[in-house]
Design a protein around this ligand. Structure first.
Ligand SMILES: Cc1cc2nc3c(=O)[nH]c(=O)nc-3n(C[C@H](O)[C@H](O)[C@H](O)COP(=O)(O)OP(=O)(O)OC[C@H]3O[C@@H](n4cnc5c(N)ncnc54)[C@H](O)[C@@H]3O)c2cc1C
Length: 308
């Protein structure tokens, strides 16, 4: 018998297209757990087609203009939640001020995914293998959230409760991401191991360094993603780097310390990679991320898996 492709359609739902944030959160509040916001649809639509989730109401936020755009103030950069990866990738001043953002966005999926996928949808999807959250934590960002009762902000490091669960209440939307402007001379890099180009990560190291006038590291924020259910700060490595001139030896010994930060963590083991492989790769990618940050060598379009 010839094999026939099975057509997969989502279950029926009611489609709502609010024109403002107020209208969107009022709809989410009315329908509560029966509703889902739709941004780029890159994750939500496949899940609906596979009927892994069957929301009765879809609240399409993709045309709410106040959720879109990248603005710079005297203290921070604000990226609207429905700003797409491609819009971020096309913002040259942002990429040159934040090499970590430049590296992150280039490594997300392929052109089609970057054209539709949004930064707010990426973090709200709460999949531990996605790229944005480790970067936003390394950059000490805040997530701006709006619900029917008003606005609140949450540090990026506190946004995920567990895989696929965020701090968002059913009536709440991510409206923007606030990234503080770098103080001093900062450097950053994002290293990702993936099985194939454009794939979801097996392991991520997002690194943001501040160097003082003498070339010493005055501050380091390094976040390991996709290795455990929640992103992990490599605090042992950060402490080891602080106050040091960064050279081959100080970087290598600091990167080794990242093993300590995984102690007691639940390490993911799945079809993409075993826990042993992920654990072994952490000091490797932490080291590469520090070297890439210091040398300013862009990882644009390349993942850790393909760099050697
Ligand atoms: C083939 C493929 C490859 C990919 N590769 C990568 C990759 O390499 N790296 C990576 O990081 N990502 C990758 N992605 C994910 C992609 O980048 C999107 O970020 C992600 O799919 C979600 O963004 P979206 O805008 O499409 O959100 P949607 O799919 O519309 O929504 C995702 C979830 O977030 C909720 N949501 C959306 N916006 C908001 C908001 N503002 N407030 C509250 N809740 C919200 C939705 O209700 C839904 O639950 C890939 C996706 C595909 C399909």
């Amino acid at each position: 018998m010839p094999l026939r492709a099975k057509k997969v359609y989502p279950a029926q739902f009611v489609y709502e297209k609010p024109a403002s944030i107020e209208e969107a959160v009022a709809l989410l509040d009315r329908y509560k757990e029966d509703a889902r916001p739709l941004a780029g649809g890159m994750s939500l639509v496949p899940l609906m087609k596979l009927r892994l989730i069957q929301p009765q109401y879809i609240v399409d936020i993709s045309k709410i203009q106040e959720l879109r755009g990248i603005r710079k103030t005297s203290s921070h950069v604000e990226i609207g939640a429905i700003t797409t990866n491609s819009e971020i990738q096309d913002t040259d001043w942002l990429l040159s001020e934040f090499p970590l953002i430049r590296d992150t966005v280039h490594l997300i999926g392929d052109v089609q995914v970057r054209n539709l996928g949004t930064i707010g949808g990426n973090i709200s999807d709460a999949d531990p293998s996605l790229d944005w959250l480790p970067t936003l934590i390394a950059l000490e960002s805040d997530i701006v959230i709006r619900g029917v009762k008003g606005e609140r902000t949450v540090a990026a490091g506190d946004f995920l409760v567990e895989p696929y669960t965020t701090v968002l209440a059913p009536d709440e939307l991510v409206t923007s991401i606030r990234i503080p402007l770098p103080k001093g001379k900062t450097h950053g890099a994002h290293i990702k191991i993936e099985r194939r180009t454009g794939d979801f990560a097996v392991a991520i190291a997002a690194c943001q360094l501040t160097l003082d006038g003498s070339g010493k590291c005055s501050k380091a924020r390094i976040v390991i993603g996709a290795v455990s259910p929640l992103p992990v700060r490599a605090v042992s490595t950060e402490k080891e780097l602080a106050g040091k001139i960064l050279n081959e030896s100080t970087i290598a010994s600091a990167a080794e310390k990242s093993k300590n930060d995984l102690e007691g963590a639940d390490i993911l083991s799945d079809v993409k990679a075993t826990a042993e492989y992920r654990t072994a790769m952490v000091p490797v990618i932490v080291k590469r991320s520090i070297i890439s940050a210091v040398t300013g060598q862009s990882t644009e379009g390349k993942s850790g898996a393909h760099r050697d």
